[in-house]
Design a protein around this ligand. Structure first.
Ligand SMILES: [Zn+2]
Length: 235
């Protein structure tokens, strides 16, 4: 069974066990509950609800955890921009950093002695500009289509979710890593977060909004979640 509490997806597995076990799994902060077979779903959910504070703390820990950098930012590494794959070509210069897409290449110019972490910091800001331009283009369109308007939005590096919505303040956050994904993925997240301005959970009413405006959203969601998010050390 999958359920959702306060925007957190929870996977419940009933087993032949005596006590309930709650897990927040690295690296993405997935929540799993193992519960004795005889317990009702209601009792399980009550238990999980009482642990929400703890779950959030664990998830935050994963989000802030320094991680083994998978990328070294050296030539030959693959590099995704708006769903298209490029290959990194690293060049050295003592003038300013730059990143230019050319054919299949993503030419990153940095100081020779820069660390992967410093290169990552530069690339992250580069991705931010890409994503901001996409959102500036598509968000107003979706606001107009749906009649759901946010008060403000920002981009943020996250490892557990693609976007978040604070329905009380009307503010949306978009994960910087969306800049690596296709435009349809970005539009899907835009619509998803706008829908949360009206409906906080992912219940029937929420699904109805998604179905109405983007009938193929399940397919996009599947594609989006097939690729696990990259993890970098926090800069
Ligand atoms: Zn959501």
């Amino acid at each position: 069974m999958h359920t959702e509490i306060n925007g957190i997806t929870i996977e419940v597995v009933k087993k032949n066990i005596k006590n309930m076990h709650l897990y927040v799994r690295p690296p993405d902060g997935r929540v799993q509950v193992s519960a004795p077979k005889h317990l009702t779903d209601e009792a399980v959910l009550m238990f999980v609800r009482s642990k929400i504070g703890w779950i959030k703390k664990q998830q935050l820990k994963f989000e802030n955890q320094p991680r083994q950098s998978q990328r070294q930012y050296v030539s030959g590494e693959s590099f995704y921009v708006l769903g298209k794959q490029y290959y990194l070509q690293v060049e050295y210069s003592y003038k300013c950093n730059s990143l230019v897409l050319s054919g299949e290449k993503a030419i990153l110019t940095v100081r020779k002695e820069s660390t992967p972490k410093q290169r990552e910091a530069y690339v992250r800001e580069w991705y931010r500009e890409i994503l901001k331009a996409e959102i500036e283009k598509y968000l107003p369109e979706w606001e107009k289509k749906t009649g759901l308007y946010c008060n403000e939005w920002q981009t943020k590096y996250m490892v557990t979710r693609w976007g978040t919505c604070n329905a009380n303040t009307g503010k949306l956050w978009f994960n910087l890593q969306l800049a690596k994904k296709t435009r349809e993925c970005i539009e899907y997240i835009i619509l998803h977060e706008l829908a949360h301005l009206k409906v906080k959970n992912h219940g029937v009413e929420f699904v109805a909004i998604m179905d109405y405006y983007m009938p193929y959203w399940r397919e996009i969601k599947r594609k989006l979640n097939e690729q696990i998010l990259d993890y970098f050390e926090t800069v």
